[in-house]
Design a protein around this ligand. Structure first.
Ligand SMILES: [Zn+2]
Length: 327
């Protein structure tokens, strides 16, 4: 009898353990564990999940997205997450190798698969550097720079989290709806702004990761380098081309992007009397911006403001521009 009870107890413990072990690791109360590479994915996921997920961005604040390499602890984080969101382009090409090395597949979402991708463009006047003469066309990875693409990406994230955690489907759907309304209003504000825009090209004394943005709003642009270029010294021909453009089009503002040393924009401004201003491409944000609560929407609204201030058609008093003055 004693022996029987003992065997029964062991059996019960084993059954209990197995039924426990068979449950998915994340119970609805635990929340989802989401890992992202770049800032927009992080910001979209936290807006859609609210308190129902822990969202972690792998790129430390202030880190340059194109040179980031995951550490061993990052790979462990990806392996143990419920959803991994990445761009799917050249700057996080490492992710494909890592994902295919896992024995148990990790649920992933590629932002580039959420939208219609555009080929990288070598625009007139650009210094293509090593890409010069390359026949191979690559797709531009900066898909999030158009607010309408951001909506498509958010809807894909919503679908992925609903699948991973169906108990909270209603919450994710409602959060996504609210956030998409904010993105729609951002898009409408850009459309409204460009209705009275002079049509002058945007000039970037920098890399140009904004192909989707200019395509969306039908804008023209010129820049020193293509989107993901690691180049920092433009050729004399590129500098001369951009200087001529600024003069002939009577451009008031030369843009540089976040984390740039803006020396090219500064020298173009010095040569032409234009001002400079930062345009946020939102790959990543600085520690300071993060502490100040910056979001994809707030950074894009900063872009709206600098475009407005850069254009004499839009800005009421072009002399009082709040952007960086170049002496
Ligand atoms: Zn990039």
């Amino acid at each position: 009898m004693k022996k029987f009870i003992c065997i029964f107890a062991v059996f019960a413990i084993i059954t209990l353990c197995f039924s426990g072990c068979n449950l998915p690791e994340k119970q609805s109360g635990d929340g989802l564990n989401i890992i992202t590479t770049v800032f927009p994915a992080y910001d979209f996921a936290r807006n859609i999940c609210g308190d129902n997920a822990t969202v972690t961005q792998l790129l430390p604040p202030g880190a340059e997205a194109h040179t980031y390499e995951p550490a061993a602890k990052d790979i462990v984080k990806i392996q143990n997450c419920d959803l991994f969101i990445f761009v799917g382009g050249e700057s996080d090409a490492w992710a494909d190798k890592i994902l295919s090395s896992f024995d148990t597949p990790v649920k992933d979402l590629r932002m580039m698969e959420c939208v219609n991708v555009l080929e990288e463009e070598l625009k007139e006047g650009m210094d293509a550097g090593n890409e010069r003469g390359s026949e191979e066309k690559e797709y531009d990875e900066h898909v999030w720079t158009s607010p309408l693409n951001a909506i498509k990406i958010c809807e894909a994230i919503r679908d992925a989290v609903c699948e991973a955690d169906p108990d909270n489907r209603d919450i994710y759907t409602e959060n996504c709806e609210k956030y998409v309304a904010e993105l729609t209003s951002l898009d409408n504000d850009f459309k409204e702004l460009f209705k009275s825009y002079s049509g002058k090209p945007l000039i970037f004394g920098d890399r140009f990761p904004l192909r989707y943005f200019v395509e969306e709003y039908g804008l023209d642009y010129y820049a020193a380098f293509p989107g993901c270029s690691a180049q920092t010294e433009p050729s004399a021909a590129t500098l001369a081309f951009l200087t001529d453009k600024i003069r002939s089009e009577n451009i008031k503002t030369v843009f540089y992007i976040e984390f740039s040393n803006h020396t090219i924009a500064d020298s173009l401004a010095n040569a032409t009397g234009a001002k400079t201003a930062q345009f946020n491409t939102c790959h990543n944000i600085s520690q300071e911006d993060l502490a100040n609560g910056a979001t994809y929407i707030s950074l894009m609204r900063d872009n709206l403001r600098v475009i407005k201030e850069s254009d004499s058609n839009l800005s009421e008093s072009p002399e009082s521009i709040g952007t960086d003055d170049i002496a």
